[in-house]
Ligand binder design. Structure first.
Ligand SMILES: [Fe+2]
Length: 425
């Protein structure tokens, strides 16, 4: 055999990218494009999900007119799940003209606060609960004021809500382009209404226990993210990452299953002036939660896609600076060597995670037959779930995420405490 015949033979043994794609799409176990559990295989409404669907979640779906006769939740179409990174970048590659609804809102929020029966600040600077209003009934003026309130307070809560899935979607659409995820489980017929349901993911093989639930908070790369128990910010790999994000829980444990948010404004203000100066204007590489193949090098195996964003970003409504990092998905500070980058990033993750005075922990409880909403701004925060009910109590909800602007850093912007005239000493 000549040398050129050997070369041809060897080349033939390397599958083409379309052959690789076919192998992966037909496989029930190769986990390209999903996070390793079986929720995306096969696709369509899941009849078995109905077996564990909580009663009030079922009632809410029926009241919304959602067809669950064939099953619930809707698993995304496997044929539409990207295999290669270039396909992911094509999904939302256009520049969406984002309108910041909080920007021109009344700073006193008279329409929103005037209609509420009570406005309760849950901590000094993070988290506010509005009482006596139904999200379905808000006027545009109130929605704008709510956006500004979220931009200032990081997260705003509404208990005792009767909220249809469509109304939740429409509110998200008012705040920005609704993110439709190619991999996650959804409300049937309403892509963009993502189902948040750990019991379902556990049923389909996600390994999450009392024992391992928090390991990722030591090292997410080594120990995994285990069902959102790791501090994170949603969808940072997008060109225009998540802004106002609305989780409505319609089935809530009587005790347990809280969520904790931490403020990016507060995290930034915890830093020394010298470190602030050093970080201002720096950029970092952010990664996706899901993993894909490089078309040029498919046999290298799957890895997350990467996107570059500012490490300190300015919020367009408040004009305040926020530290934009998270343990789950910020990989590297551009310009530093890997050792320097790891040391500084790990410190910044700790600042977010360990300072209880920039955080709020929220217990979702509500009246029987109602749901509770949390709307937060992913541009200026991190959050995590608390799995203390260990799956012994039902918890179910739907999330609608509005994507925001391309992240920017304005060198003239100020920190929250500077803007409010608060000393750090
Ligand atoms: Fe999240």
């Amino acid at each position: 055999m000549s040398q050129s015949q050997t070369a041809t033979l060897k080349l033939k043994t390397i599958p083409t990218s379309s052959e690789i794609e076919q192998i992966i799409r037909k496989s029930a176990t190769l986990s390209i494009g999903n996070d390793g559990n079986k929720e995306t295989t096969p696709y369509g409404p899941d009849p078995e999900g109905l077996d564990i669907l909580p009663e009030y979640s079922r009632q809410r779906l029926i009241a919304s007119g959602i067809d669950i006769s064939k099953g619930y939740p809707e698993r995304p179409d496997q044929s539409q799940i990207p295999i290669f990174k270039d396909e992911v970048f094509q999904i939302r590659d256009d520049v969406y003209p984002y309108v910041e609804r909080g920007k021109n809102a009344d700073p006193e929020k008279k329409a929103l606060f005037g209609a509420a029966t009570e406005v309760i600040n849950l901590t000094e600077r993070v988290g506010t609960e509005i009482v006596g209003l139904q999200l379905e009934d808000l006027t545009d003026q109130q929605k704008d004021e709510l956006a500004l309130l979220i931009a200032e307070r990081v997260v705003v809560f509404f208990r005792d809500q009767k909220l249809s899935h469509q109304a939740q979607y429409k509110l998200g659409e008012y705040y920005g382009r609704v993110e439709k995820h190619a991999q996650t489980i959804q409300v049937p017929g309403l892509p963009g209404a993502t189902v948040i349901w750990l019991d379902y993911r556990k049923k389909n093989g996600m390994p999450l226990t009392f024992h391992n639930a928090n390991w990722g908070n030591w090292d997410v790369l080594r120990y995994g993210a285990a069902g959102n128990q790791v501090w994170h910010t949603d969808l940072v790999h997008e060109k225009q990452p998540a802004g106002y994000t609305h989780l409505h829980l319609d089935t809530i444990p009587d005790v347990g299953g809280d969520t904790i948010w931490s403020s990016g404004y507060g995290a930034y203000d915890k830093l020394s002036d010298e470190l602030k100066k050093f970080l201002d204007g720096k950029q970092a590489i952010f990664t996706s939660a899901h993993r894909y193949l490089d078309r040029e090098n498919p046999l290298n195996g799957p890895s997350p896609i990467e996107r570059t964003h500012p490490l300190v970003r300015t919020h367009p409504a408040t004009g305040w600076k926020s530290l934009y990092v998270n343990r789950g998905m910020t990989k590297r500070i551009i310009g530093l060597n890997p050792v320097e980058s790891d040391l500084i990033l790990n410190y910044l993750f700790d600042v977010y995670e360990k300072n209880a005075d920039i955080q709020v922990r929220f217990q979702w409880k509500t009246k029987p037959g109602y749901g509770t909403s949390a709307i937060w701004d992913n541009r200026i925060s991190q959050h995590r779930n608390v799995f203390d009910h260990e799956g012994t109590k039902e918890r179910h909800g739907t999330r609608v995420t509005a994507l925001a602007e391309i992240p920017f850093f304005d060198p003239k912007s100020v920190s929250q405490r500077e803007a409010l005239g608060l000393s750090v000493e």
